[in-house]
Design a protein around this ligand. Structure first.
Ligand SMILES: Cc1cc2nc3c(=O)[nH]c(=O)nc-3n(C[C@H](O)[C@H](O)[C@H](O)COP(=O)(O)O)c2cc1C
Length: 212
């Protein structure tokens, strides 16, 4: 992929985005969910991506089945086509949303392993997740794990030079009430705000107009 190697005009301080010259709508990449049928974290991710599309973004999703990659071992194996596809989408995207369950107080091994593959992007014009807003979504069966997992995911995003959005969405997937029987639907306003923050930052970074 070629690089324009120049910051956008709208944001002279922006990091280099190899897609600046072709993008008319920000590309937001969703990563996450579990292989469980009806995965709550995948549902939340899809809802947030739908909100991003409503804001004019283009979206792609790699759900758990797409993220089931061999255990990452630096330099020890050829990248699978699945891993290559994920890395290509990360290179191209203007923003991300990451959704994980809380597994024993932290993100799933599947998601963390997928994120470890971004080490392959260390020499890219935009290394790792540089210059990208990352909306983090956590579903767990209790509030304590939602909080610890969100902190862990944000720490990883920071390490990868991404920009966690001010709002992270935590959903207690076991908390339903008569008023709100579906915890994912109940979190729709927060997921919409998360989408707004990701898309707004992506537009600003890429210099491609304001969020509608
Ligand atoms: C291996 C495993 C570990 C889990 N650990 C926790 C935990 O520490 N705290 C918690 O609140 N929920 C825990 N859960 C529950 C999940 O976080 C919760 O069911 C979540 O909604 C699952 O996401 P999904 O619906 O996308 O599959 C665990 C579930 C599994 C399968």
């Amino acid at each position: 992929m070629t690089s324009t190697a120049s910051p956008s005009r709208a944001n002279p301080g922006a990091s280099v985005n190899p897609n600046d010259d072709v993008r008319t709508s920000p590309l937001i990449l969703g990563l996450g969910g579990t292989t469980r049928p009806g995965s709550s974290s995948e549902r939340a991710l899809r809802l947030a991506l739908g909100e991003a599309r409503a804001l004019g973004a283009t979206t792609e999703i790699l759900s758990a089945v797409d993220l089931a990659l061999p255990h990452y071992a630096p330099g020890q194996h050829e990248l699978t086509p699945q891993a290559r596809r994920m890395l290509d989408l990360i290179i191209q995207c203007d923003g991300l949303m990451i959704a994980t369950p809380g597994f024993h107080g932290g993100p799933s091994g599947l998601l963390k392993n997928a994120l470890d593959y971004t080490e392959e992007l260390r020499d890219e014009p935009r290394p790792y997740l540089e210059g990208r807003a990352v909306g983090c979504i956590v579903c767990a069966a209790g509030w304590q794990a939602t909080a610890t997992t969100l902190a862990a995911v944000r720490s990883t995003v920071h390490a990868l030079r991404g920009w966690p959005t001010p709002l992270g969405v935590t959903i207690n997937s076991s908390a339903s009430s008569d008023a709100a029987p579906d915890p994912i639907s109940a979190a729709a306003p927060q997921l919409a705000l998360l989408a707004y923050q990701v898309v707004s930052f992506a537009r600003w970074q890429a210099g491609i107009g304001s969020t509608r």
